[in-house]
Design a protein around this ligand. Structure first.
Ligand code: CMP
Length: 349
């Protein structure tokens, strides 16, 4: 029997050229059945959320392909989780869970994305950077760090202050668990992983959004200009801007949480005698709905529409849901205006 040569199915060059199929997904654990865009991580146990994360890593096949033992990835997930504060209303572990889940579902739902984000390293970088992209978030934005000349602002010279923190927290943690030692150095796996994941996390800085959008629009005409690190960064940024593509109750919950965070930052700034951004002040129902509409029209719709062209129509369902959120906010504003008029008329009469 030793004469027939084994088919070279594990040849590295072949592995890179042939997209890894997501076949394992069918036979996966109970946890995977839970996974859905409209899953609310706040409504289940913390263990369930951890199980789902491990199931997602497992199901994409990256742990097997990169020889990462299950207990190592489990310890990493718990360590990463411990570096998110439950006291932060929006930028907490459930936010990054939601972003990870969306990245996973975009990959799972699109054979186009599977062909482009095809290597185990790229897929691992996609999921891991989603999970780590807000590590040690203090619950305020870069503007606060810069205005207050915080230690972090000094350390990172006012450039993408928080994203630098998230990214270095990620690599400090992964190295502490010796993740780099599991990867194949001859194939440059760790180096590739670091390049892709760093680019993805640094691209979550909203000050980069316009530049990113221009690149996406350019790539719609000629996608050959993009490298895998661009694709991974765009997908993570897309998922980070995904809340208003969820069911309305979830969209409202995240809206509430981001405004809670803005309110707390504004209070701190006032106490410290710092300038407060106007959009963080007087967040009554009308201004909140107006901010949401502006955010949808000027940030979310242009981005999601461009991405839906880049990943041909595979984001259509999310885009429909985003437009529904837009419609809901216009209805909210109409109802509030009517109430206002009603009360005004009542007062005069
Ligand atoms: P950050 O996580 O740094 O990057 C994405 C930003 O989008 C986020 O901070 C918020 O400032 C903003 N954001 C997310 N969701 C909403 C929302 N529903 N309304 C307004 N801004 C939002």
């Amino acid at each position: 029997g030793g004469q027939t040569p084994e088919p070279e199915k594990h040849h590295p060059a072949l592995a890179a050229a042939t997209p890894m199929k997501l076949v394992q997904m069918e036979q996966d654990s109970e946890a995977l059945k839970e996974i859905d865009y409209n899953y609310n991580p706040f409504s289940v146990s913390e263990d369930q959320v951890t199980d789902n994360i491990l199931a997602m890593f497992d199901s994409v096949g990256v742990l097997d392909a990169l020889d990462i033992p299950a207990d190592v990835i489990h310890a990493i997930v718990l360590d990463v989780k411990s570096q998110y504060s439950v006291d932060v209303a929006f930028h907490n572990f459930n936010h990054v869970y939601t972003v990870l889940q969306m990245c996973y579902l975009i990959l799972k739902g699109s054979s186009f994305v599977q062909k482009i984000v095809s290597t185990p390293v790229a897929r691992f970088a996609l999921l891991m950077s989603a999970l780590c992209h807000d590590m040690n978030h203090p619950g305020n934005n870069n503007d606060f760090e810069i205005k207050s000349e915080s230690e972090l602002a000094i350390l990172y010279n006012d450039n993408s202050v928080l994203e630098n923190l998230h990214c270095s927290s990620m690599f400090e943690t992964l190295r502490r668990h010796n993740l780099h030692k599991f990867m194949d150095s001859n194939r440059g796996e760790w180096k590739d992983f670091r390049e892709i994941a760093t680019a993805a996390i640094m691209s979550t800085d909203m000050s980069q959004h316009k530049v990113l959008l221009q690149k996406v629009l350019g790539a719609v005409k000629d996608p050959s200009t993009l490298g895998v690190q661009d694709w991974v960064a765009y997908i993570v940024h897309t998922a980070d801007l995904g809340n208003l593509t969820l069911d309305w109750d979830l969209a409202l919950m995240w809206e509430d949480r981001i405004f809670k965070e803005f309110e707390i930052q504004a209070e701190r700034e006032q106490k410290m005698g710092l300038d407060v951004a106007t959009y963080m002040l007087n967040l009554d129902e009308v201004s909140r709905a107006k901010i949401q509409l502006g955010f949808i029209d000027y940030v979310l719709l242009p981005w999601w529409e461009a991405m839906n062209k880049l990943i041909p129509n595979d984001l259509e369902e999310r885009l429909v849901c985003l437009k529904r959120s837009r419609e809901n906010y216009t209805q909210v504003l109409k109802a509030l205006a009517k109430k206002e008029r009603g009360e005004g008329a009542g007062g005069e009469g």
